[in-house]
Design a protein around this ligand. Structure first.
Ligand SMILES: Nc1ncnc2c1ncn2[C@@H]1O[C@H](COP(=O)(O)OP(=O)(O)OP(=O)(O)O)[C@@H](O)[C@H]1O
Length: 311
């Protein structure tokens, strides 16, 4: 079987009586980037660990391209690359030694590892190959593990918070690699940076308290929740009281940001949004009028709220 696929069936991980992952099932197939989202402690890392055979499920199973990870871990691992939890490669090794060790563990030829370091490594600006891993910053160490995860051109790549601890420039490098690689690979990634998810992933799996809440396209999830906050920028300073007065009846709150800008909260109703747009123009010359914050963020909070109200 050559199609990239991950099939998770009734996956459960119990610690004592606590279910860190609770009967999760999903089927992923083909190229593209999928986000695995959830609050802290939702069970994301535990799922990643089971998908890569680092821990065994209490119940259920994971098939990577038809190969059962628990029964045939070595064969399944040949199909995947993974960056899971805070990357901590051996501190005493040099960058080159750490990546070569990862290559050896996957049975990849030394020449291929060197080529990968030269091409992919320089692409993600891997730190000096002779630097000791223990002397690197968190973001630099994360990039070393990122390079190792892509060794051997694996079909499927699991990235658990790949940009954790990285600065904006480092995050951009990683985002560009994901955008390029997802064209010919399957990438399943978790992230707390929802803008990063909107930029890179076309599909999303939401989990909460170990259970799968929702699986849908990023576009559908975003459009299910109209943005309820808007940002307006004026050419010149405006009087806050005038602004509040003009928006009375349509906006639930108005929060000035600077003398020339404000955040407007409303019920998300599109006809109210039109009224707000008209009203702000009576107060001053408007330069920009746009959604404030990520609508995925809004969706995320709403989903968690819906679930807790349903209990
Ligand atoms: N070895 C363990 N023993 C007991 N409980 C555990 C163990 N590993 C994880 N847990 C618990 O399982 C739950 C899920 O943890 P997990 O690390 O999978 O969450 P997460 O979604 O990755 O969170 P975060 O976003 O904070 O990384 C948490 O409540 C955690 O405390």
């Amino acid at each position: 079987m050559n199609t990239k696929s991950v099939k998770v069936s009734n996956l459960t991980k119990k610690y004592g009586n606590f279910k860190a992952v609770d009967n999760i099932s999903f089927d992923l197939e083909g190229d593209g980037a999928i986000a695995y989202l959830g609050q802290n402690g939702a069970g994301k890392t535990t799922t990643f660990k089971m998908m890569t055979g680092l821990i065994n499920p209490t119940e259920g199973k994971v098939l990577i391209e038809g190969i059962d990870v628990t029964k045939n871990r070595t064969k399944a691992l040949m199909k995947i690359g993974a960056l899971i939890e805070t990357p901590e490669p051996y501190a005493a090794l040099t960058v080159e030694e750490a990546v070569r060790l990862a290559g050896e563990l996957k049975g990849i030829k030394k020449r291929e590892v060197i080529d990968h370091l030269e091409t992919f490594g320089s692409r993600v600006k891997i730190p000096g190959l002779d630097r000791k891993v223990g002397t690197l910053s968190r973001g630099q160490r994360a990039r070393v593990v990122f390079v190792a995860a892509f060794l051997g051109n694996p079909d499927i790549i699991f990235l658990d918070e790949p940009t954790n601890g990285m600065d904006p420039a480092e995050r951009k490098i990683i985002r560009d690699v994901i955008l390029e690689w997802k064209k010919e690979h399957m990438i399943l990634m978790s992230s707390h940076l929802l803008q990063e998810v909107t930029d890179t992933c076309e599909n999303i799996l939401f989990i909460n308290n170990g259970k799968l809440l929702l699986q849908d396209s990023t576009r559908n999830i975003e459009s299910r929740f109209n943005s309820k906050s808007l940002k307006v920028d004026f050419l010149k300073s405006v009087n806050t009281n005038n602004l509040k007065e003009a928006l009375d009846g349509f906006a639930s709150d108005v929060e000035p940001q600077t003398e020339k800008s404000a955040i407007i909260y409303f019920d998300g109703d599109l006809s109210n949004r039109v009224k707000i747009l008209k009203a702000v123009q009576t107060v001053g010359d408007v330069i920009t009028f746009s959604e404030y914050g990520s609508s995925l963020e809004e969706a995320f909070v709403n989903l968690i709220d819906e679930k807790s109200q349903a209990k």
